[in-house]
Design a protein around this ligand. Structure first.
Ligand SMILES: NC(=O)c1ccc[n+]([C@@H]2O[C@H](COP(=O)([O-])OP(=O)(O)OC[C@H]3O[C@@H](n4cnc5c(N)ncnc54)[C@H](O)[C@@H]3O)[C@@H](O)[C@H]2O)c1
Length: 264
């Protein structure tokens, strides 16, 4: 798809990758870019620079997502591209003594933001898109959803679930001309990355959010399911599926190195 002339929503659009997506869509001639974020001040600031609109929205709340969809369509017309991009990086603990040890609260928050938010967007948009003959979902996930994020069980698990949902979304609605892409970078230079200690996610170099947004425009133009700003990730996926046990062993070595580095 080309975003020119399209109404686009970006959750988590107030900062980082989402902000760069809003700017790239505006430059590419989107008809309206809607910035939906909990960070209302920055959402308004980004909207002002892209001649867009801002909504304060907690993507963990279904009513907030349905409100953004309803109001956007009422004010600006049919949403042709919905980007579920908001995410949180909490729960990183390289010294964790138990992968299942964190309390329920951070798990449920990650589950709500990384998975249910994507489900809610589909729940409220699929009927509208089917009626008008198509649409597009871009879900920002992570290379952690295809591989793993060492030291972050909740992030890795919920990002894997997000891949699972996106696959099913694409399979279920290909016949309705509804397309899905998943954006799965490694390190991107944003507040989220800066809030956690440097680790293997930066092993192939951190990209700028603007570079990632350009890769998204190219991926959307080709309508590829998988958008990999770090092409190395495809090789890691192949290694994982070729020999799962060797891959687990390699990741466990990275975990051991991290424990040594953080323990000293
Ligand atoms: N930065 C990286 O290295 C990296 C790598 C892979 C994937 N990602 C993913 O990219 C996406 C964007 O992350 P980023 O790096 O730009 O981080 P960021 O912290 O710069 O931006 C995230 C944005 O999401 C918003 N947000 C968080 N929770 C929200 C909620 N409940 N409702 C609405 N908005 C909410 C924040 O206010 C913020 O504006 C996330 O899904 C993240 O998991 C990031």
């Amino acid at each position: 798809m080309q975003v020119t002339g399209k109404v686009v929503v970006v959750t988590g659009g107030a900062n980082g990758i989402g902000k760069a997506l809003c700017e790239a869509f505006h430059k590419a001639g989107a008809a309206k870019v809607v910035v939906a974020d909990m960070d209302a001040d920055n959402a308004r600031a980004v909207a002002a620079t892209v001649d867009g609109a801002a909504f304060k929205c907690d993507v963990a709340q279904e009513k907030d997502i349905s409100h953004v969809i309803e109001e956007t369509e009422r004010q600006f017309g049919p949403i042709e591209l919905f980007c579920s991009n908001a995410g949180i990086g909490g729960g990183f603990d390289p010294m964790s003594v138990n992968a299942g040890g964190a309390s329920d609260e951070p798990w449920q928050r990650s589950w709500a933001i990384h998975v249910m938010a994507h489900v809610y967007a589909a729940r409220h948009l699929i009927p509208r898109m089917k009626t008008r003959g198509g649409g597009y979902f871009l879900n920002t996930i992570s290379a952690a959803g295809l591989l793993s994020q060492v030291g972050s069980p909740a992030y890795s698990t919920t990002k894997h679930a997000a891949v699972g949902f996106a696959e099913n979304l694409a399979i279920s609605h290909k016949a309705h001309n509804i397309r899905v892409s998943i954006l799965c970078p490694q390190g991107v230079d944003t507040n989220m990355l800066r809030s956690i200690p440097k680790g293997p996610q930066s092993g192939d170099g951190d990209l700028s959010p603007e570079q990632v947004a350009n890769d998204v425009l190219a991926g959307l133009a080709q309508e590829t399911f998988l958008i990999l700003p770090h092409p190395q990730v495809l090789g890691y996926m192949r290694k994982k599926t070729e020999n799962y046990d060797r891959w687990i062993g390699g990741m466990a070595k990275i975990q051991a190195r991290m424990r040594e580095d953080f323990g000293t």
